[in-house]
Write a protein that binds this ligand. Structure first.
Ligand code: IVH
Length: 691
């Protein structure tokens, strides 16, 4: 539809339009192009923010010159994304978009504009998260869910009722009749939590497929699947945040006269809603502050949000404000910083990890995304390079979604000019030049030479890292440097460093050498579980390392355990036990362990004897600053007594131990009845009194 040259020109004009003298015809062309990319191709080339600026410019020009408005102007219609395979149905009320703002000033100006429609000084504003998922609308008739629809073009959407019925958080029936309601249309968002998204993406990567860009795409794709059972397996969630149509059979309910009351009603009827995160204020300053505060908590939420939505709370005032053909004037989205950017793929490097896995890493022209500069991202494996058809020299879209590591969404193939180069996966290890192998059923190529310098260095880095032996002054770059200078050659050699040679290196003064020497010396006393984890045995994470350390009196005993005995330990399955067994039956490894023992490293296990610990079977989480001990000391205490630590608040948590200035965990825990919230003293009492 558009040639490469046209696309290049359209993109260039989109970026520079606002600096030039206005040409309304060209502006419409630019917007139409981006609408086509967004709604028809599902493949936007411009950030929402840049698009909105252009859209607003057109609105502004048309406001100044209504005689210039044409029926086909982008302001006069909303885009289409209908799918032929689903039946198209009409919404009871049009599904409008929201007006976007990107800074507090925009919100303040919106408030001022509102004054010309709503004269009352008593307006309240509700503020709630802007969920980054796929929009839907639901209709309930006589308390039964009768239809679920995609947003479509805003007037009509696709009937996806069978898929919607698979989403467990959507009740198939509920008692609207108690509120006098016969028929209701509600709007909301289908989401995938970050956790479920990660699980889903991991499974794609394991199969050698490309991971999806973000939870939103995963949710939207899932809604259009042909197999409803598969939709059920993806663990989608729905949050409902707006009532667009109501027909009463009984008396109208006054609760529904406000947005906050409406959300409360939906909440009591069993829907997931913004209820817990929604606040209502009567000044715009409070609204802005809440938005800014919430942005800081963005990464703590279980799902992605891309901003906040401010809504006039009183329905009466909403009606006074009315809507444009595009959005209601009574609402405004406060968008957070963008987390996608376009940049150039400069090169691909192949890195050899600790286990010999060869990972392609894309080197990018550095680009800021949501406050972080991204210059290199993992491409995971060969299959993904092929699937995305990435080439060196490509312009690519990079996304950093929440706490998900940044990665390339896709190349912009239209921008290729023929100078791009294919990426060739190496056949031999880029470091030791041994031939690479891809074990059957795996997606990853491996260097099988355990003496490969790349693997050796990565193993030493892992051994010294924070969660393993925690040798503070020995960072990754020092390990690399010492290895290159032949000051160290393997893990045991860390304990025989010639510090005179280190003193000869640039940047090492007496103080830093003393620190390094002490840190290395102190590491000899580290607990056995840290040593086991530091050995980098494949599939042995921190939890399994703890389990192993607490089942022996001495590290050497691990070598005596049979596969069956290993499998009898908690959370150690056949794959892990096989890996442990072969590690302790390898002559090279045994020699290393022997050397470490001779250097004086702690090899003593903490075999559990007698009682299983006073906190056995209970789960703990700590928040805030404790008075009498450090957080990690308290955690250790809990674990020593058989307690298990959790990383977040959920129904699996038994005790939340709260110190000074607790975080959001406390608020969350209060909403779950089964969690006991206790202070430091109560925690210590628990240890001394419980049976
Ligand atoms: S209210 C008439 N509330 O954002 C106004 N929308 O970019 C109805 N969205 O089309 C929308 N979170 O799909 C509303 N808390 C929230 C929302 C929300 C996400 C979506 C919605 C809307 C889009 C606009």
């Amino acid at each position: 539809m558009y040639s490469r040259e046209e696309i290049r020109q359209l993109l260039e004009d989109s970026n520079t339009y606002l600096d030039h003298s206005p040409d309304i015809g060209r502006l419409r062309e630019l917007l139409r192009f981006h609408e086509y990319r967004y709604y028809v191709k599902n493949d936007p080339l411009l950030s929402d923010e840049a698009y909105d600026k252009l859209y607003k410019k057109l609105e502004e020009m048309e406001r100044a010159h209504p005689e210039w408005i044409t029926p086909d102007s982008p302001t006069q219609r909303i885009g289409k994304d209908l799918n032929d395979d689903f039946k198209t149905v009409k919404h009871l009320a049009p599904m409008l978009s929201l007006e976007n703002s990107y800074n507090p000033q925009d919100v303040i100006e919106w408030r001022q504009r509102l004054s010309s429609f709503v004269k009352s000084p008593h307006i309240h504003f509700s503020v709630e998260p802007k969920y980054d998922g796929a929009g839907i609308s639901l209709i309930y008739e006589n308390d039964i869910l009768v239809r679920g629809t995609t947003r479509g073009d805003g007037a009509e959407g696709d009937d996806i009722t069978t898929n919607i019925r698979q989403i467990r958080s959507i009740p198939l029936s509920t008692t609207f009749s108690k509120f006098g309601i016969r028929r209701i249309e509600i709007r909301g968002e289908i989401l995938l939590t970050k956790e479920n998204f990660r699980i889903f993406n991991d499974s794609l990567v394991k199969e050698g497929l490309a991971p999806l860009a973000n939870p939103r795409n995963a949710a939207a794709g899932s809604l259009r699947m042909k197999d409803p059972a598969e939709v059920g397996r993806r663990r989608l969630e729905a949050v409902l945040y707006h009532v667009s149509f109501v027909e009463y059979s009984g008396k109208e309910n006054p609760k529904l006269n406000t947005h906050s009351g409406t959300i409360e009603v939906l909440n009591t009827l069993g829907f997931k809603t913004p209820w817990g995160d929604m606040k209502t204020y009567n000044t715009i300053d409070d609204v802005v502050n809440y938005c800014l505060d919430f942005e800081k908590k963005r990464d703590e939420l279980p799902y992605e949000i891309d901003g906040m939505v401010v809504k006039v709370d009183e329905k009466e005032f909403q009606q006074m404000a009315g809507s444009t053909s595009h959005h209601p004037r009574w609402s405004m989205a406060f968008k957070f910083k963008a987390r996608q950017a376009t940049t150039k793929l400069i090169d691909v490097e192949f890195q050899v990890g600790r286990t010999g896995a060869v990972t392609p890493v894309a080197k990018l022209e550095p680009v800021p995304i949501g406050g972080v500069t991204v210059s290199s991202v993992s491409l995971f494996n060969e299959g993904i390079i092929r699937e995305k058809d990435l080439r060196i020299g490509d312009t690519v879209i990079v996304e950093r979604a929440g706490d998900v590591i940044p990665y390339i969404v896709k190349p912009l193939t239209e921008l290729r000019d023929g100078s791009e180069r294919h990426i060739h996966f190496p056949t031999h290890c880029p470091v030791c030049h041994d031939k690479l192998y891809k074990p059957e059923g795996e997606a990853v190529w491996r260097c099988m030479n355990i003496n490969c310098p790349a693997q050796v260095v990565e193993r030493i880095i892992h051994f010294a890292s924070k969660d393993a032996m925690d040798i503070k002054s020995l960072g990754e770059s020092n390990v690399r440097r010492f290895y290159e200078e032949k000051i160290i050659s393997d893990i045991p050699s860390l304990y025989a460093i010639d510090f005179d040679r280190v003193a000869g290196l640039e940047g090492f003064g007496k103080k830093s050498i003393d620190n390094l020497r002490t840190a290395i010396e102190n590491s000899k006393k580290q607990e056995l579980n840290r040593l086991i984890f530091g050995l980098g045995i494949r599939y042995v994470g921190e939890a399994s390392a703890k389990e192993l350390a607490s089942s022996v009196n001495n590290l050497s005993e691990l070598g005596n355990l049979s596969m069956e005995q290993l499998q009898a330990l908690k959370d150690i399955g056949p794959r892990v036990s096989e890996s442990i067994y072969s590690f302790f039956h390898d002559a090279h490894n045994l020699k290393m362990l022997n050397e470490l023992a001779q250097k004086g490293l702690n090899m003593k296990g903490i075999k559990r004897i007698g009682h299983p610990g006073r906190l056995a079977g209970k789960t703990f989480l700590f928040t805030g600053t404790l008075e009498g001990m450090k957080r990690n000391e308290a955690e250790k205490l809990a674990e020593e007594q058989g307690g298990r630590l959790l990383s977040s608040v959920s129904a699996h948590l038994d005790y939340l131990v709260v110190g000074e200035s607790p975080g959001s965990k406390l608020e969350k825990a209060r909403k779950i009845n089964s969690i006991q919230v206790i202070n430091e003293k109560e925690f210590l009492d628990l240890i001394s009194h419980s049976k």
